[in-house]
Design a binder for this molecule. Structure first.
Ligand code: ADP
Length: 260
């Protein structure tokens, strides 16, 4: 729509409706698109060298371990862990550009929801010695969804629970079936979120600011990506939290009919 084509609806000399857009919005949209394009290209270009560094680090680590050079192998393992962090950050940036341009794709299959949650939990338990991931499952059956994307959401919630509970060690992961929805919750006993910030944590780039939070690294993208994934899979995501006591992040996905 251009202004020249736009026709105002006039009633008693007052404009009651106006079809069209104004130039400011066009410019804003164009700027946003340029930002998204840049982010997409930059993260894509970063991915290639990082993948290659990872491959070399793994080969080097294996060589050093074989040669009995445990100290050096340990240093390479730390490099590898940092490369993994970089890979995850780049992955998040790529996902955001995909979400914002409507290109996030889903590869749906039938899978056992509890089993997927358990697998993700077990993988993450290996990454932390301090925190205990406790399962409190009830039978949920199978769901039709993108298993990798759902694992990504659970990973995000559990890594946040670990990150934001530096002084407590228990994290409870529960599942249940209610009103035709498979529900998973991740509960921590960490720093919690102030009441007036709770709704904003799902926004893109939003991070709670304050003394307690400023030491935690992050881009403020994980919850945005997670909630968009769940939304696009027909579900919903929410949080209950008490500042200083802990948070419980949950998501619910529809359990559709009978298994095909
Ligand atoms: P990031 O952790 O990279 O900042 P997220 O999108 O995952 O990004 O989270 C957004 C913000 O929500 C965080 O910066 C933090 O302030 C808050 N937050 C998320 N998870 C928790 C949690 N389990 N406990 C307390 N605060 C949390």
């Amino acid at each position: 729509w251009h202004l020249a084509q736009a026709l105002p609806f006039v009633n008693d000399g007052k404009i009651v409706k106006w079809f069209g857009t104004n130039t400011d919005i066009d410019e804003q949209k164009q700027l946003q698109r340029q930002k998204d394009d840049f982010l997409g290209i930059a993260s894509h270009e970063l991915k290639t060298p990082v993948t290659s560094i990872k491959a070399y680090a793994q080969v080097l680590g294996a060589m050093l371990t074989r040669e009995g050079e445990t100290k050096k192998a340990e240093m390479v393992a730390r490099m590898d862990a940092q490369v993994n962090r970089l890979t995850n950050l780049i992955g998040d940036l790529l996902d955001v550009t995909k979400i914002n341009s409507g290109r996030l794709q889903f590869n749906k299959v039938w899978f056992d929801f509890n089993q997927a949650v358990k697998e993700t939990m077990d993988d993450l338990q290996h990454t932390t010695k301090k925190h205990k991931l406790v399962a409190d499952f009830t039978e949920t059956g199978h769901i039709y969804s993108d298993k990798d994307r759902i694992s990504q959401v659970i990973t995000n919630l559990i890594t946040n629970a670990i990150k934001y509970s530096p002084h407590t060690d228990q994290i409870i992961i529960s599942t249940r079936l209610k009103n035709n929805e498979a529900i998973a919750c991740v509960q921590d006993f960490g720093i919690g979120i102030p009441d007036n910030k709770k709704d904003r944590v799902f926004e893109q780039f939003y991070r709670v600011s304050g003394d307690k939070q400023h030491t935690f690294p992050g881009l403020g993208l994980g919850l945005y990506i997670s909630s968009e994934i769940i939304k696009r899979e027909g579900g919903r995501m929410w949080v209950n939290s008490v500042e200083g006591k802990g948070s419980t992040f949950c998501f619910a996905l529809p359990v559709e009919g009978n298994e095909q």
